[in-house]
Ligand binder design. Structure first.
Ligand code: FES
Length: 651
């Protein structure tokens, strides 16, 4: 062909196009990812490209200086008003004149990669549900009567290429003033939740709306609500905010909230209102933080456990409190903000990930989406530790899930000196195996308790208690130092050779901190160890049950998810037998994987289909009806275990 050759990088796509073809048109025909909001009118500048000139032996072309058209009036006007970066052209205005190599910079790609923090998981491909489209609408004409909306839709269909588009009814009232204010130009936010659903206009602005759109990824925990505000064009997290779940006043843990709903008429509604109020506070905080208008937030994604899921939706969680633990609905939901009492733009969408089972919620689905065990070559055990441990086991041959009632001990509840992770809480502990003397670190200080300056370092926080990770460490260290036997009993002063062990009622306790004039000493009692034994036995038995089902007696790797998982040390967890034996370097922490899953579903609409499919395929195991669970539980109460060997641990 004698038509000029156009080569796009980085995609490598190429084709011949007649002279005068705009680069945007060539890109579209070749399926090159080049953005456009204004449909080629030279207003949005989303179509920016960088032409390259000179010799390209790799591509077999030489690009002449005049391979692209001169600047036209539209491009010139954009440059005068806003300024194009050096070397950039507007892809919708510059036309092909001769063979040319065109680079599409990341900012001009719709489906760019968002880099994730952890190396072992894949990056996220940006593919948001909401996209802006700027259109010029035909003015009304008495001789050809038609509605303003119909003319808007004609323009939108032409510019987006969609055959069908629907409109949110809340836009009918503002439609006419917006069209007139924009002098028959308008920017529409078009939402398409999944590739196979009908796109809908969910927001309109007069003229060209040149601000970015945002989405909110929310992890609605029973203790804290954490939100991340993401720029939907770049994928960046621009602000994060968290607050205590206001439902705490109705009960610390989930079961006490379920019973509050059972005992108090309208109690479930009270809790629904409380969590929604909290969420609205979070939205206000996060928008203020990021200095954006709330109406720029047009999408949101939620993950949460089943009880929170029901309370958030305004469903009485009664059925979740008793066998057979039936969910009102387990499918993913796509709602409007107003349906869940969110005070954002009327058109803002809310997507709830599917729940896996009655005890394995949308938060576990978020973990599954983020960690993708279904794409793993090696067998991964993923545990998200909270009041309930949610456990996934699988690889590309299949994934199973269960939950295990660990209770709140891992969060510092039921522990005599237990507290939430907050400044002043002991989080790290070491015990000298010879002298049996402890040293520890508290949250808020870098120093160990035996280092110079510790007293000053903790002057404001004090030493207030032990948090979840601290209690794991102290008990594991006590076990290593021989202060506790395999059955979980603390030895006496004579048996252990330290006066830190002392008779405390009918059992022994260990004094971890002597206290000072302001604060009481901190001790670990035998009842504390008992509570942790129960919790860890529940966690381990759940994991072991899945391994039985899978027919394996070891796993290739262990992933600890959740805030708690981010802080516990793999070694100490294994000393206690919380997790199955596995090389320590194969135990990783995934941080808030549920929240990351929410962010993935927010940034990539295809991920929603992926997780819905995976959740349908996951084999759900109900621990309560499995006879072997009890047997594993009894063995797992020992430290680390009375039946299962821990060969790697012993080495
Ligand atoms: Fe909007 Fe080129 S597509 S400026």
């Amino acid at each position: 062909s004698s038509d000029p050759l156009v080569i796009f990088t980085p995609s490598g796509k190429r084709g011949n196009f007649p002279k005068g073809t705009p680069i945007l048109t060539a890109a579209r025909q070749l399926g090159v990812d080049l953005d456009s909001v204004c449909g080629g009118r030279g207003i949005c500048s989303k179509c920016q490209i960088t032409p390259s000139y000179g010799e390209f032996p790799k591509h077999g072309v030489t690009v002449a200086d005049d391979a692209l058209s001169e600047w036209n009036a539209v491009e010139q006007r954009y440059d005068d008003k806003r300024g194009l970066p050096k070397g950039r052209r507007l892809g919708c205005q510059a036309t092909v004149q001769d063979d040319i190599v065109i680079d599409v910079p990341p900012e001009s790609q719709v489906h760019k990669q968002v880099v994730r923090k952890r190396a072992e998981v894949r990056d996220i491909t940006l593919n948001p549900t909401v996209k802006l489209s700027y259109v010029e609408v035909e003015e009304p004409d008495m001789h050809k009567p038609s509605g303003d909306l119909e003319r808007l839709m004609t323009a939108l269909k032409a510019s987006t290429g969609h055959d069908h588009i629907e409109v949110d009814t809340h836009l009918l009232r503002p439609l006419q003033p917006i069209l007139r204010k924009g002098k028959w130009t308008v920017t529409a936010a078009v939402h398409q939740g999944r590739a196979d659903t009908t796109p809908r206009v969910i927001a309109l602005w007069p003229g060209f709306f040149d601000k970015p759109l945002f989405g909110l990824a929310v992890d609605l925990g029973s203790t804290t609500i954490a939100g991340h505000l993401c720029n939907l064009e770049t994928g960046e997290v621009v602000a994060s905010s968290g607050l205590m779940n206001p439902q705490i006043r109705f009960g610390e843990d989930l079961m006490s909230r379920v019973s509050y709903a059972m005992m108090n008429k309208g109690g479930d509604i009270e809790m629904t209102n409380a969590v929604r109020d909290g969420l609205n506070q979070l939205v206000t905080d996060i928008a203020t933080d990021a200095a954006i208008e709330k109406d720029q937030i047009l999408d949101s994604v939620f993950v949460m456990n089943p009880v929170m899921h029901h309370l958030f939706l305004g469903i009485d969680p009664f059925e979740l409190g008793q066998a057979p633990f039936a969910l009102a609905t387990s499918d993913a939901l796509e709602l409007t903000a107003s349906e869940i009492g969110l005070e954002i733009a009327d058109g803002t969408r809310a997507y709830l990930l599917p729940c896996i089972a009655g005890h394995v919620g949308a938060d576990a689905a978020g973990v599954a989406l983020s960690e993708a065990p279904n794409k793993s070559d090696d067998l991964a055990l993923i545990v998200d530790v909270g009041t309930n441990a949610e456990i996934l086991l699988g690889d590309k041959d299949g994934v199973m899930a269960c939950s295990s009632p660990t209770g709140p001990a891992f969060e510092g509840a039921q522990i005599s000196s237990g507290q939430r992770a907050a400044p002043g809480a002991i989080e790290r502990v070491e015990i000298d195996p010879v002298t049996k003397e402890p040293r520890f670190r508290v949250i808020g200080s870098e120093l160990w308790s035996n280092e110079d300056g510790f007293a000053e370092a903790i002057a404001t926080t004090g030493v207030t208690g032990i948090c979840g990770s601290g209690i794991i460490e102290v008990i594991a260290e006590m076990r290593i130092a021989g202060l506790v036997d395999a059955s979980g009993l603390i030895g006496s002063a004579e048996q252990t050779g330290t006066s830190r062990c002392f008779l405390d009622g009918r059992t022994n306790s260990y004094r971890l901190w002597d206290g000072d004039e302001d604060q009481k000493p901190i001790t670990v009692t035998n009842a504390d160890i008992r509570a942790i034994q129960m919790a860890k036995a529940a966690l381990y038995s759940g994991a072991r049950l899945l391994m039985d089902k899978r027919g394996v007696d070891k796993v290739d790797r262990v992933v600890l998810a959740g805030a708690f998982g981010a802080h516990i040390s793999a070694k100490h967890a294994m000393v206690l037998g919380m997790i199955p034996d596995c090389p320590l370097d194969k135990v990783t922490s995934a941080g808030n994987a549920a929240g990351t899953g929410a962010r993935i579903a927010l940034l990539n609409r295809d991920a929603r289909g992926d997780i819905e499919t995976l959740v349908r395929q996951i084999e759900k195991i109900e621990t309560a009806v499995e006879p072997r669970f009890q047997e594993h539980f009894v063995n797992a109460s020992a430290l680390p275990n009375s039946a299962d060997p821990f060969p790697i641990l012993r080495e």
